[in-house]
Design a protein around this ligand. Structure first.
Ligand SMILES: Nc1nc2c(ncn2[C@@H]2O[C@H](COP(=O)(O)OP(=O)(O)OP(=O)(O)O)[C@@H](O)[C@H]2O)c(=O)[nH]1
Ligand SMILES: [Mg+2]
Length: 549
């Protein structure tokens, strides 16, 4: 006999037996529930003064019998019925209401959270006789913003609603709605979510950057959702109503993951994933994933995996389904498409190994670097917000072919080239990893060594993409990071790039306001003023060398 779920304490043996016997009942597939079963469950529920719930599968078998209290039932873990994105669970829930109440908000929340085929409540007369069935289901497409369909209450003789056909057509429609998006099945599809107390404008521009990040990470963005709140719910981040909406939208859009713009702490990740049957990651994990995809050199790979594991470790809590959903794909892979370790003990071991390996790689590199600096060439480092055009500038200046493309974090590993200024001195120009606002802490730590190389630069070129609407904030973010890295005392030239994308007047005005040189990194001819400035700065430095005192 299959076991009963929920609150069976204190029930009479005869009632327990009757409840257990419910597992033997079979339903005609097209009936929501058979009249006899509805009648018997009502009677039983009336006698024990507790709600009774049945989860029924598509063959009409009763998979779970649940006993609640007077007010509610608690649906047990149904992960045996795990569902694919854009599909329903294959179970409908039919339960009794003792107070002649139609479907409640909690019922609809369960319907959405668990992606049930159907949710129904059975109400009864005062003597416990089956009275009406209240039926609701998820709509494949929101009609007038309404995510659910609620039928007018069914009478006992109307239970033959073509139940299986209804469920199947819902699924077909859902599958159709989601297949519109499934042109590329390899790609993940995401909802981007921001829950914040910040101003709308700031929150929106941050969401836009998150979208750029997602696209750069090879993810399709289904929709962006902003929730402004007075206080952020420290447990779920968002209120239960919004969470419910989110789940339904995820279902309707056939998404495979949800990305939060805010960093989620371990308990938030856990409580949200307990509610949603989807992969949940945050902005930091997305950035780490992009880094993992891009890392080329051994040092780069070691640094990224270390940062990923350090971020994951506190989030790997025993029996955590949150992380077990992260196997493979965005958030679950390390550099070179390796699967990230998610076993806590092994993660610790791996972190130790990576740290050791990294140390020896760094010692090697330091030796190489000291060889190079013995040659005594001045070093000019190109820094700036990601996608500003740093690599393009390096390429144009030195006729090289460093990878430059319209995506965030195209460059991870630094590269250096020689550049001969007209007539006189030769310098080394280095291109570096781009910066981003709220650079994840673990990433900052992991890349510290690479970034520390900037300390030995004689001049920094801060490249700013003036065609980006967020460029002012980007300047601030970069300058804050320079301060954090103690690089603020190195001579710096602000360079306004992509001037070809704004009109000339604007470019000139911005140059004045920001005390900067405007260029178009793609156009060699636009670089002369910048080259002159660089030359001056290096000359001044040579005439007045630091470190000689
Ligand atoms: N229109 C225009 N596009 C430019 C200019 N400079 C760079 N770009 C484009 O901007 C995009 C980013 O250029 P990259 O050189 O890869 O930028 P980056 O700063 O190295 O970026 P990351 O390495 O990803 O941090 C590319 O699509 C370039 O073609 C320019 O002067 N004008
Ligand atoms: Mg680059």
């Amino acid at each position: 006999m299959k076991k009963l779920f929920g609150n069976i304490l204190g029930l009479k043996a005869s009632h327990i037996r009757k409840l257990e016997n419910l597992y033997r009942r079979r339903l005609p597939p097209q009936f929501l529930i058979s009249f006899e079963l509805a009648r018997d469950v009502s009677q039983l529920s009336h006698e024990i003064r507790r709600q009774i719930g049945l989860l029924i599968n598509r063959q009409g078998k009763i998979a779970y019998v649940i006993v609640g209290d007077h007010q509610k039932i608690v649906i047990p873990d149904t992960s045996d019925y795990r569902v694919a994105p854009g599909r329903l669970r294959g179970l409908r829930c039919i339960h009794t209401h003792l107070d002649n109440e139609p479907l409640t908000t909690d019922d609809l929340t369960d319907l959405a959270l668990l992606r049930l085929d159907i949710m129904a409540a059975i109400t009864m007369t005062e003597t416990g006789y089956f009275h009406k069935a209240h039926v609701g289901y998820i709509l494949p497409k929101s009609t007038y913003g309404k995510p659910f369909q609620i039928l007018s209450p069914l009478n006992p003789q109307d239970l033959d609603i073509g139940c299986l056909d209804l469920i199947q057509s819902l699924e077909t429609e859902l599958a159709h709605a989601t297949s519109l998006y499934e042109s590329d099945t390899e790609k993940e599809r995401a909802l981007l979510v921001s829950v914040t107390t910040a101003y709308r404008k700031i929150a929106l521009s941050s969401l836009e950057e998150l979208e750029d990040l997602a696209v750069s990470g090879g993810i399709d963005v289904a929709e962006k959702i902003l929730q402004l709140r007075r206080n952020v719910d420290s447990r779920f981040l968002m209120g239960p109503g919004k969470l419910q909406e989110l789940i339904i939208l995820a279902l309707q859009k056939g998404v495979t993951l949800i990305i939060f713009d805010q960093e989620l702490n371990p308990s938030q990740i856990r409580s949200i994933t307990d509610q949603i049957d989807l992969k949940i990651i945050d902005r930091t994990q997305l950035i780490l994933d992009i880094f993992a995809q891009r890392a080329q050199t051994r040092e780069g790979k070691l640094q990224v995996e270390l940062a990923q594991l350090k971020y994951l470790l506190p989030r790997l809590i025993a029996k955590n389904t949150a992380m077990s959903r992260l196997t493979g794909g965005i958030g679950g892979r390390g550099p070179g498409e390796t699967k990230l370790e998610i076993n806590r003990r092994r993660v610790r071991d791996r972190i130790k190994r990576l740290e050791n390996d990294l140390l020896s790689v760094r010692i090697q590199r330091k030796q190489q670097r000291s060889k190079r600096s013995k040659k005594g060439l001045p070093v000019i480092s190109i820094i700036g917000y990601t996608n500003a055009g740093k690599s393009t500038l390096l390429n144009t200046l030195t006729k090289s072919h460093v990878r430059a493309e319209n995506r965030l974090f195209a460059t991870l590993d630094p590269s250096s080239r020689r550049l001969k200024f007209p007539k006189d001195i030769e310098v080394i120009i280095t291109d570096t990893v781009g910066f981003i606002k709220n650079l994840p802490k673990d990433l900052m730590v992991a890349f510290r060594a690479t970034l520390e190389e900037l300390e030995s630069a004689d001049l920094l070129l801060h490249i700013i993409d003036i065609s980006n609407p967020r460029f002012k904030d980007q300047i601030k973010s970069v300058e804050t990071i320079l301060l954090d890295l103690n690089l603020d005392d190195i001579p710096l030239i602000r360079v306004l790039n992509k001037m070809d994308l704004v009109d000339e007047e604007t470019a000139q005005e911005l140059s004045r306001n920001f005390d900067a040189t405007a260029i178009s990194a793609k156009e060699k001819s636009s670089l002369m003023p910048l080259i002159e400035k660089m030359k001056d700065s290096i000359h001044r430095r040579n005439d007045n060398p630091i470190g000689m005192n």
